[in-house]
Design a protein. Structure first.
Length: 366
């Protein structure tokens, strides 16, 4: 199991390999990953070389978080300054760092000017998404948190169905709030994102936001939701039907279920993310529904609900052991309805991926 200190060592190695003297981390989620600090204002300076005594890792935050930072990140030096990133750029210059890596995907043009000024002539070099690349492969503790987040979501859905909470006469918004409440009662920190409840024609909208539309007999009902536990997110979609399904509903459901199974089966260390996407997408296209599947097959999940890797036709790279990803094909027929089935899984070396979301994928008829 990795620790924040060992994660910083991996970043230190990446910085050295890139010829950098230090790395300046400004994305809060990355600061959390590297230190454990969860405050709303923070930045981190990680020297590429030197000892902890002469060039320590430095966490900057403001006075509101002095006690919290000391408790959550006791193994780094604390710098109290509200202007966290500029303060650390000045510290980098004072420590003699001449090539300073920074998170160019997070830093604004205005902040870049300030950093360049405060770094006193040091060259600012893009880190690209070095920390996100580290985060893509999960350790045992991260997987345990993901596993519990998924179990909470599974139990919440089971409770909703057992209580008759998904029925004609309720609104999409009522069902969504009910599901959110159940996840919180089961120990979630929060829902992973705004829960999607999409009924009838609304189910053909991939990211529909719940409304006061009343569920009716004959509706497909798409539920896309997740729980956050210990900072880690789950993500699951199930599509159910109220009353006996029509023939076209069964046809679309079985097509999506088969595509989802093909996508799951393609998950393996070394698999190209585009090939994994194609394993599901080609099956849908062969059935003449290719135009009705307009999003990627999946994405990484962890401290963020969407993170590396992207499993899609536009993705790049290969899967690795212990990556946590979703597999979520869908077929959406505007004006009629749609089906999406989604699981969260962990890629495993030498075996099948570990399935974290265990609710049945058989068509549930209510």
């Amino acid at each position: 199991m990795s620790t924040p200190a060992s994660r910083r060592e991996r970043l230190r190695e990446a910085a050295r390999s890139a010829g950098l003297d230090a790395a300046l981390v400004t994305r809060l989620v990355n600061v959390r990953y590297l230190t454990g600090f969860t405050g709303s204002n923070g930045a981190l300076l990680v020297p590429a070389s030197g000892s902890a005594a002469d060039r320590p890792d430095v966490l900057a935050t403001d006075g509101r978080y002095t006690t919290q930072a000391g408790a959550q990140a006791p193994d780094v030096e604390l710098l109290v300054d509200r202007a966290t990133a500029p303060a650390l750029a000045g510290r980098a210059a004072a420590d003699g760092h001449r090539r300073l890596g920074f998170e160019s995907h997070d830093v604004t043009v205005d902040l870049h000017r300030v950093l360049a000024d405060r770094a006193a002539g040091a060259e600012l070099v893009s880190l690209r998404q070095a920390v996100e690349a580290l985060r893509a492969v999960k350790d045992d503790d991260e997987i345990a948190r993901l596993r519990e987040a998924c179990a909470i979501a599974d139990r919440a859905l089971a409770g909703l169905l057992a209580a008759g909470g998904l029925r004609a006469g309720r609104t999409e918004r009522e069902v969504g709030r009910d599901l959110d409440s159940r996840m919180l009662d089961l120990g979630a920190d929060a829902p992973s994102f705004e829960t999607i409840v999409a009924a009838g024609p609304d189910s053909a909208i991939p990211h529909h936001r719940p409304t006061d539309r009343v569920l009716e007999r004959g509706d497909l009902v798409k539920l896309d939701f997740g729980a956050t536990y210990g900072g880690y997110h789950s993500d699951m979609t199930r599509t159910l039907v109220l009353g006996e399904p029509a023939g076209w509903q069964r046809e679309v459901y079985e097509l999506v279920r088969a595509a989802q199974a093909a996508g799951r089966a393609a998950l393996a260390p070394g698999a190209d993310v585009r090939a994994v996407d194609a394993a599901a997408r080609d099956l849908i296209a062969a059935a003449g529904r290719g135009d009705a599947f307009a999003h990627g097959l999946g994405h990484g999940v962890g401290l963020e609900i969407h993170e590396a890797p992207a499993v899609s036709p536009l993705g790049a790279g290969t899967l690795a052991d212990r990556m946590a990803v979703t597999v979520e094909p869908g077929v959406y027929l505007p004006g009629r309805g749609g089906v999406r089935i989604e699981d969260t899984l962990v890629v495993r070396h030498g075996g099948d991926p570990e399935l974290l979301t265990t609710t049945t994928k058989d068509l549930v008829v209510l």
